[in-house]
Unconditional design. Structure first.
Length: 709
């Protein structure tokens, strides 16, 4: 028997040691056997009390942080030590402080450098953020939103693998409530999850204010509820059965599907969002949208739904359904955030697109009964450089304040601040057309370019829509090429330059029989009665109406305007001031037989003048005066006396501003011709008034009432 070894072992039976080795910070009692001959051997029970973990941490190497959050800790259990093999059985640990409390029950071991263990634990943190930051100094202050946290589970430790099964963790704060149930494992540096998670954020706005990182558009969201089943490693984590519900905010909705959280986070599933007011969201982000001008609301309720797929930096929305106020659309959309400027793509199908409320809203003044003036507000083009886009649009119809289009296809391209809308097909008023529009915002002053070609239009419908003139029929067409530049809509319209042409084939003008009107005009002046040829049942048929114009500084000059009918020809010219929204067109219908006497052969000059939508037609007395003044006085008298003659000459003289009697031109009955005042009382309409009223009625303008000036 080795008495020396026996005596050495016996001396440690029922012995307490490590009493207050660091002041009063730590106590430990051991009861059992101990041998230290060929190496330490222990077999017994122990108890320990840690009163000041921070004081113990101060003498440890390397430093251990966060122990100041641990209060008094009591631990007991059985210990078995033989050489480098240590087993702690029936370990029972309890710790309690204002910041942290918890329990742990189980068995741990060490065999060389390999650690093993299996234990059940429970822990409660009064304020998880500061406590966890004590243990993990690199943890950001965003952890402060966690509030109180609790966790429980079964710990399984085997070398560099740590697994927690039956893990239940909850966090509660005024800003966030979240829970996780399932498994958490770490092998080396890889951490994996498998379980169910949920979170509830009562106010995204309040949460955003508390975080160091900013949540985009946080002020537009209210309450958010989230649930998912995470599976996989952190860094490549799949969230199955992902559901996100948004309510009580400016943007509400639901997403249901799956996500993968990796270097490029991806989504797949069904999404549906809506909101009561797009205007309110824009205002929160510094953009003021124009108010509605009528009963129809604009920029208010909106919605977007569809199937989402892709990564957050390249997302695709299929089977999409969009809604804004009364407008609805469907199609596919995509956004790619990888380029320097985000790229938007889409293929959109619309029903009838009624843009009238939106177009009206962008006019600062809206006088009743007239076209709205061009806006003087600056055109904001800075946003054109924020993204690029390629979007295909197909619409069943488009309604504008004065024009209604049928089926229309267009391609909208936005690249580096230059917006181009190409319309290869549009159906309107029985015909079709093409066009393109460019808005270039790359410089400080926006520039536009317009190209359009229309053919086979129903002239009556088209002219009625754009000019309020419904008395012309036929098939029409036009070609237009315009450019402009300016800081506002009004400035651009005043800068327009370019050229164009228009034509109408095989048509008619109702309300007048030009041949009858011209042939009867001379006798009408003599009889002082409205000539024939004007009336609702009268029609002038023509083979062709042609015109060309050039534009400079917002003014379109019509150099050549012709109408070719069987017995009548019309020539005209004039200007349309786009910038000032006024029209001044002179035209002269005449009999094709130039040998006809009187005004029928010479033609009666007419003039259409006034603002857009309210132009008036009248006899062009100025033009007649210029013609007559260009001739010798004797020739003028001969034309008036011989071709018009008698009373008609006096009436024509009054139209031209000449004396109302023609001396030395007796009346047909031999008596002297009375003056205009004697021949026509002032309270009765004159013949020139009657002719002018007939013309005004032809052009859709209200005739004067009796007694009006």
């Amino acid at each position: 028997m080795d008495w020396e070894k026996l005596l050495y072992s016996y001396s440690y039976l029922n012995t307490s040691f490590f009493q207050n080795p660091i002041g009063n910070a730590f106590d430990m009692t051991y009861t059992g056997s101990a041998r230290f001959v060929d190496g330490p051997e222990l077999e017994g029970r122990y108890t320990a009390t840690i009163r000041d973990a921070a004081a113990i941490a101060a003498v440890l190497s390397p430093d251990v942080t966060g122990l100041d959050a641990i209060g008094q800790t009591d631990v007991r259990g059985e210990v078995s030590l033989e050489a480098d093999r240590l087993i702690l059985r029936d370990t029972d640990l309890k710790t309690q402080s204002d910041a942290l409390s918890g329990t742990l029950n189980g068995t741990f071991g060490r065999n060389g450098d390999r650690l093993t263990g299996n234990a059940r634990f429970e822990a409660d943190l009064a304020d998880a953020g500061p406590t966890l930051r004590g243990f993990v100094p690199d943890l950001t202050r965003d952890a402060d939103v966690l509030g109180a946290m609790s966790a429980s589970g079964t710990l399984d430790l085997d070398g560099d693998r740590i697994a927690i099964d039956d893990l239940v963790t909850n966090t509660r704060s005024p800003l966030l409530t979240a829970s996780y149930q399932g498994r958490l494992a770490r092998t080396g540096s890889a951490v994996s999850l498998e379980g169910d998670a949920s979170a509830n954020v009562p106010s995204v706005t309040a949460l955003n204010e508390a975080l160091e990182a900013e949540i985009p558009y946080a002020e537009s969201f209210g309450r958010v509820r989230l649930s998912a089943s995470p599976e996989g490693e952190v860094g490549d984590l799949r969230l199955a059965d992902l559901t996100v519900d948004m309510s009580e905010g400016a943007i509400n909705g639901r997403f249901s599907g799956a996500a993968v959280l990796s270097e490029t986070t991806s989504l797949s599933g069904a999404m549906e969002v809506d909101g009561p007011s797009l205007r309110a969201i824009a205002a929160r982000n510094g953009t003021a949208l124009p108010p509605a001008t009528g009963d129809a609301p604009i920029f208010e309720r909106f919605g977007l739904a569809g199937n989402v797929a892709g990564t957050l930096d390249e997302l695709q929305l299929d089977d999409a359904r969009l809604r804004l106020d009364a407008l609805e659309a469907a199609g596919t959309f995509g956004i790619n955030l990888r380029p320097e400027r985000p790229l938007l793509t889409g293929d959109v199908r619309l029903g009838e697109l009624d843009l009238r409320p939106y177009v009206s809203a962008y006019s600062a003044q809206r006088p009743e009964g007239a076209l709205p003036p061009w806006s003087e507000a600056s055109i904001p083009t800075q946003g054109l450089g924020a993204a690029d886009a390629r979007i295909e649009i197909a619409a069943d119809g488009i309604r504008l304040p004065r024009i209604r289009l049928g089926q229309t296809r267009s391609t909208v391209t936005l690249e580096n601040g230059r917006l181009e809308a190409d319309v290869p097909q549009m159906d309107l008023y029985g015909g079709s057309g093409r066009g393109s529009f460019v808005l270039d915002g790359r410089s400080g002053e926006p520039a536009i370019a317009i190209e359009a070609g229309l053919r086979d239009l129903q002239a009556q419908s088209f002219l009625g829509a754009v000019a309020g003139f419904t008395r012309a029929t036929g098939q029409g067409g036009t070609q237009v090429s315009l450019q402009g530049r300016g800081s506002s809509q009004a400035a651009i319209m005043r800068s327009l330059s370019g050229q164009g042409s228009f034509s109408v084939q095989d048509g008619s003008i109702s309300g007048i029989d030009a041949a009858e009107f011209l042939n009867g005009l001379q006798s009408a002046f003599a009889s002082r009665a409205l000539p024939g040829g004007i009336g609702a049942d009268k029609v002038t048929q023509f083979r062709e109406l042609l015109g060309e114009f050039s534009m400079s500084q917002g003014v379109a000059t019509i150099d050549d305007f012709t109408l070719d009918a069987a017995t009548v020809a019309v020539e005209g010219s004039g200007q349309i001031d786009i910038g000032a929204q006024t029209i001044d067109i002179r035209f002269r219908p005449r009999a094709r037989d130039r040998d006809m006497g009187g005004l029928a052969g010479f033609g009666i000059p007419l003039r259409l003048t006034g603002p857009f939508g309210a132009a008036q037609a009248s006899l062009d007395a100025d033009f007649l005066g210029q013609v007559l003044q260009a001739r010798a006085a004797q020739e003028a008298q001969r034309v008036i006396g011989d071709r018009v003659g008698g009373t008609a000459g006096a009436v024509l003289g009054s139209i031209l501003g000449a004396p109302q009697t023609v001396p030395d031109d007796p009346a047909e009955d031999g008596s002297e011709m009375p003056s205009a005042d004697e021949a026509q009382p002032q309270d009765e309409p004159t013949i020139e008034d009657a002719v002018q009223d007939g013309l005004m009625e032809l052009f859709g303008v209200r005739t004067r009432e009796k007694g009006e000036d």
